[in-house]
Design a binder for this molecule. Structure first.
Ligand code: ATP
Ligand code: MG
Length: 183
């Protein structure tokens, strides 16, 4: 699975729709302080099912919606759409029936988030597992937040173990075991 396109509408500082094509190879995002580089990476983590508003540097999940600035009024919703090239057919079985996957998450103020995969409404968990199985995803070590290296060094052993389990690609198994125990 390869990430090929990221569209952001009304998320954090991205008040106007932004459309990023992710070309093969290394991509760099450069710009002055406060221009939205971290917001861009947060949009990517958010569409992958991040459930912690704190790790979005927000005091509530509604705070990821554009809050207004200068003469621009606040928005009522935010949406992030991620396109994935699945031509190698490595997506989990439930979603492995097409060459392209479009994963979207939309939040409406005081209403919460809706997730879709190729237009079909799915649960947050489906999206989280899609990425957990692909050893990427919102909490995986594939995404290193600003300041995270320092946190890693200061982490308690249990927290560090989770990071190692994520790196080993077994994070999805924990969610499934937890669910099996609840049944
Ligand atoms: P640095 O180089 O300092 O790390 P950066 O490019 O990573 O900067 P970000 O942290 O992504 O910058 O962007 C910060 C900007 O995003 C701030 O100006 C902040 O006001 C704006 N911002 C964050 N959340 C919202 C929101 N909900 N609505 C509008 N603007 C927002
Ligand atoms: Mg930053």
């Amino acid at each position: 699975m390869k990430l090929t396109r990221l569209r952001i509408v009304g998320f954090k500082s991205f008040v106007e729709p932004a459309d990023f094509l992710i070309e093969p190879g290394l991509t760099g995002v450069v710009g002055p302080n406060g221009c939205g580089k971290s917001n861009l990476v947060e949009a990517l983590r958010w569409v992958m099912g991040e459930s912690s508003h704190k790790s979005m540097r927000a005091s509530g999940m509604d705070d990821v919606i554009f809050a207004g600035s200068g003469n621009r009024p606040a928005r009522n919703s935010a949406e992030v759409i991620l396109t994935i090239d699945n031509s190698d057919r490595t997506a989990p079985a439930a979603f492995n029936d097409s060459d392209t996957l479009e994963v979207s998450r939309k939040i409406v103020r005081e209403t919460g988030s809706t997730y879709r995969i190729n237009g079909r409404e799915v649960r947050a968990r489906d999206v989280q597992l899609l990425f957990a199985d692909a050893a990427t995803g919102a909490r995986s070590p594939a995404m290193v937040r600003q300041g995270q290296i320092g946190e890693l060094i200061a982490a308690k052993p249990q927290a560090r173990r989770r990071i190692l389990e994520d790196a080993a690609g077994i994070a999805g198994l924990h969610t499934r075991r937890h669910e099996a125990e609840l049944r």
